[in-house]
Write a protein that binds this ligand. Structure first.
Ligand SMILES: [Zn+2]
Ligand SMILES: [Zn+2]
Length: 257
């Protein structure tokens, strides 16, 4: 089923998305390719980045459109076991509606897969249980440095042998907190640094999560206007697994009228 959801999109404002990603371009492109509900979720890695969100919000308000556009941000931990640059006061001051967040580093050079998984897992659990964060972003995405420190075969084995007890914990935390796990196109399924074997194992990881009741959402993680709509692939993955519609999360609450 083609839903046209994309709840992870960057803009040019925080310099991670490129110049093509103005808010107006995003919305016009989203309309043109048949997206129905999107969230603009630029990086909020530190509080110095907050003022740009006023500009993003103003842009959203100025573009007339019939599609649903949510105002959001993407959080990162400020260090291993660190905090977000975000709390209730920031939410209320800026009116963020869709908050996606997660860990963005391995925080270890270890070649022991369980050491890598343990660090990721405890951050994933914190994210799923955090009432201020709606979506756990791109689990088991890693940046270039972390990826290149291990072989493609190492990454594939990590995912193929992903431990059962961690799957169960993630799925239960997702269901219990109404916190979806993101299926991310740019970071995972369209990421050329991950082998086909890794990606096949990742789909199996998603299947095991789904069987245990996890909720899911879709994100292109677009850093260029051409990547908008890549969330379509993530939707296809979930549909290919036959996951029921009630396990697809959608934003439900507008913080501002
Ligand atoms: Zn990210
Ligand atoms: Zn992102």
């Amino acid at each position: 089923m083609r839903r046209g959801l994309d709840y992870h999109i960057h803009t040019f404002y925080q310099k991670c998305g490129n110049a093509t990603l103005t808010v107006e371009n995003i919305i016009r492109r989203a309309e043109a390719i048949g997206l129905t509900s999107i969230a603009i979720t630029d990086h909020l890695n530190h509080r110095g980045q907050l003022p740009n969100f006023r500009l993003i919000q103003q842009d959203i308000q100025q573009v007339e459109t019939s599609i649903e556009v949510w105002f959001g941000c993407e959080l990162n931990f400020e260090g291993c076991d660190g905090q977000w640059a975000y709390d209730e006061a920031v939410r209320d001051e800026y009116g963020f509606e869709v908050v996606v967040g997660g860990i963005h580093s391995a925080y270890t050079d270890s070649q022991d897969p369980m050491e890598v998984i343990d660090i990721q897992h405890r951050h994933h659990m914190r994210t799923l249980e955090d009432p201020l964060v709606h979506v756990l972003v791109h689990p088991y995405w890693f940046g270039d440095g972390d990826v290149n420190r291990r072989t493609p075969e190492w990454w594939q084995r990590l995912m193929e042998r992903f431990p059962e007890d961690r799957i169960t914990e993630l799925a239960q935390a997702s269901a219990a907190n109404n916190s979806p796990i993101e299926l991310n196109s740019a970071a995972i399924f369209h990421n050329g640094r991950y082998s086909e074997g890794f990606q096949a194992a990742y789909v199996e990881f998603v299947r095991r999560l789904a069987e245990r009741g996890a909720l899911f959402t879709f994100g292109s993680d677009a850093h260029d206007i051409g990547q908008l709509g890549w969330s379509d692939y993530a939707e296809g993955v979930l549909d290919g697994l036959g996951v029921p519609e009630q396990q697809v999360w959608r934003p439900t609450r507008k913080a501002t009228a």
